[in-house]
Design a protein around this ligand. Structure first.
Ligand code: CIZ
Ligand code: SF4
Length: 319
């Protein structure tokens, strides 16, 4: 704890000294989220982070999250310095959607609009007509389906299938998955539900269909937090990264929050409901964010210019 306090104090000083603001994702560790709040920064989903960063007057944004969030911040605010605790923090959706292959897939279907999840590289965004987050995905696809647009969706296959079911849109799906949400297991979840029959089940749509089917409420991170507060149930079983419990408990202080199980008995899980890349944003790593020259995000100018077009649509659609 003493070491934690000294890291926290150091980071607070540095933020002031460098005119910097800390912006953290819901899935980072609780102490990172608390620090963002205490220092006038922000905690949110990737869309809210992007908006907050673009509007803030600080010269430097510290993005505690994963790489695509830093890239999005840079594309929306090229004049700002964007630092991340570590550039190694990536995402299985981004990794599973390399630009060469994705672009080839798009080229094979020139009659389709390309809609990608925010969890992608700048190059994939630059190839897209639309970028969405899970908080606005259904609304955007509804809008496109009304115009009879045919769609290529990437990279998350579970989210794509969920949107398809919700909107009836004609979508070809890239076969990516989030290693955290992909590991929630139906059988184990049913056992947890049997132990807590009075609990509501809250599920992020990056989870497999069988898990989504058990949900009382399906939604993006901010929507799940809102639901935990608004649903009448006193207990919630939650299928998303457990980092979300920090904010969810703050917004719904009287509710009991239970993490959904990630694997059956005896099985091992790769993530155990916490993203290994989000976890890299630890206090001691963050405390060194101004040291060395390998923490700053740069995006190729040509790519950034192209990616800005669908990113601006995303930010404006949500306004
Ligand atoms: O799963 C993720 O990484 C999410 C929920 C990202 C986001 O849009 O906040
Ligand atoms: Fe990517 Fe999943 Fe981690 Fe989010 S939780 S950053 S989607 S691997």
């Amino acid at each position: 704890p003493e070491q934690k306090d000294s890291h926290t104090a150091k980071i607070k000083d540095l933020l002031v000294k460098h005119n910097a603001v800390l912006i953290a994702h819901y899935y980072t560790d609780p102490e990172i989220q608390a620090l963002a709040e205490e220092t006038g920064g922000f905690v949110g989903d990737s869309l809210e982070m992007a908006k907050f960063g673009a509007r803030h007057e600080a010269e430097t944004l510290i993005i505690a999250g994963v790489k695509f969030m830093g890239e999005t911040a840079k594309i929306l605010s090229p004049e700002k310095r964007i630092l991340m605790p570590t550039l190694e923090a990536t995402c299985s959706l981004d990794l599973g959607c390399p630009i060469e292959e994705f672009s080839k897939f798009c080229d094979q279907h020139p009659d389709r609009e390309v809609v990608v999840y925010a969890n992608t590289s700048a190059a994939v965004k630059a190839r897209a007509d639309w970028v969405v987050t899970s908080s606005i995905a259904v609304d955007v696809l509804e809008h496109l389906a009304e115009q009879d647009k045919k769609i290529i969706w990437g990279p998350d296959k579970h989210l794509g299938r969920y949107i398809q079911q919700q909107t009836g849109a004609d979508m070809l799906l890239w076969q990516g998955a989030c290693i955290v949400h992909d590991e929630f297991k139906t059988n184990a979840l049913e056992q947890t539900m049997a132990l807590h029959p009075d609990a509501a089940v809250l599920v992020h749509p990056e989870s497999p269909q069988s898990v989504v089917d058990l949900a009382d409420f399906v939604g993006s991170t901010s929507q799940l937090i809102k639901a935990a507060n608004e649903l009448p149930h006193k207990k919630m079983i939650v299928a998303t990264d457990k980092g979300i419990f920090y904010k969810m408990q703050q917004k719904a202080p009287n509710k009991e929050l239970i993490i959904a199980p990630t694997a059956g008995e005896g099985a091992t899980c790769r993530s155990c409901a916490h993203c290994p890349w989000m976890k890299m944003n630890a206090l001691h790593v963050l405390s060194e964010v101004f040291e060395g020259d390998d923490k700053e995000i740069f995006v190729d100018e040509e790519l950034a210019k192209k990616a800005l077009i669908p990113l601006e649509k995303m930010v404006n659609f949500a306004n």
